[in-house]
Ligand binder design. Structure first.
Ligand code: ATP
Ligand code: PRP
Ligand code: MG
Length: 221
């Protein structure tokens, strides 16, 4: 066994839906995790493979841990990756679409707000979002003038209280929009989560990474 084969691999992922949907993929690679980040306060979780550990980080921090090599690989949504790449381009290898945590980014407005008419008239729109780069690019392509207001969550609230005319946010079932009297008016991009790999690790730890990447590839539907 070479030194490389003994080395610890580190995987970054967020708790909640990505953690839950990643467990079957790890199982497919023959790896189980006995502690759950929902019940444990530990941020580093061991796995049944003594040479693989998990880092539990915020969804939007996964690319940072992987790009800087604090994690060798990780899992992040295309929404997060797109937003991150606008600020820190080029550092991440994204080999596999895992087809988990599927949703879409969409523009939504208050029921009764005539979005098409506002766009046609050339109105300047206030848009609240966590995805400022994605939103700016989307509206620039359409030639719509926007003032972007950065929020960190509960975007659906913004149009209800006059903070914004529109939001750009994740939509899955549409239940959150409906519950808040909002309607989707435009798709921005389809979203699923991807495996991301540190570029140096891909070269120096190839023999450790390859079996896991292969198992994920096979298990991803
Ligand atoms: P934080 O809690 O740190 O603000 P977050 O809300 O983005 O982060 P999650 O809700 O776990 O964290 O979302 C992680 C990823 O899962 C998102 O980046 C997106 O790709 C996807 N996602 C978010 N909401 C949904 C949803 N309702 N259905 C399916 N996938 C979703
Ligand atoms: C996400 C997202 C939307 C909602 C969309 O929230 O921020 O609000 O899902 O899903 P839906 O179309 O099926 O309603 P999440 O459940 O992650 O809660 P959060 O606000 O804690 O991120
Ligand atoms: Mg969420």
């Amino acid at each position: 066994m070479s030194n490389e084969d003994n080395e610890m691999l580190t995987m970054a992922l967020s708790k909640g839906r990505i953690f839950e949907e990643t467990m079957p993929l790890l199982e497919a690679a023959g790896i189980s995790v006995s502690e759950s980040p929902e019940s444990s306060r530990k941020l580093i979780l061991p796995t049944s493979d003594p040479r693989l550990r998990l880092l539990i980080v915020r969804a939007s921090d996964v690319p940072t841990y992987v790009q800087y090599g604090a994690a060798d690989f990780g899992i992040a949504g295309r929404d997060v990756l797109y937003e991150y790449a606008k600020e820190q381009p080029g550092g991440l290898y994204q080999p596999i679409d895992l087809n988990i945590a599927k949703c879409r980014l969409a523009v939504a407005v208050r029921e009764g707000f005539d979005y098409e008419e506002a766009v046609k008239k050339g109105a300047r729109l206030r848009v609240a979002t966590k995805y400022v780069n994605v939103a700016r690019e989307h509206f620039a392509k359409k030639g719509v003038y926007v003032d972007i207001i950065k929020l960190y969550g509960s975007m659906e609230l913004a149009p209800l209280v006059g903070l914004a005319d529109a939001i750009v946010d994740v939509v899955s079932t549409g239940g959150t929009l409906r519950a808040n009297n909002l309607v989707p008016v435009e798709d921005v991009m389809p979203v699923s989560s991807r495996l991301i790999v540190n570029q140096a690790a891909l070269k120096t730890r190839a023999s450790r990474l390859t079996p896991i990447l292969d198992a994920f590839q096979k298990a991803a539907v």
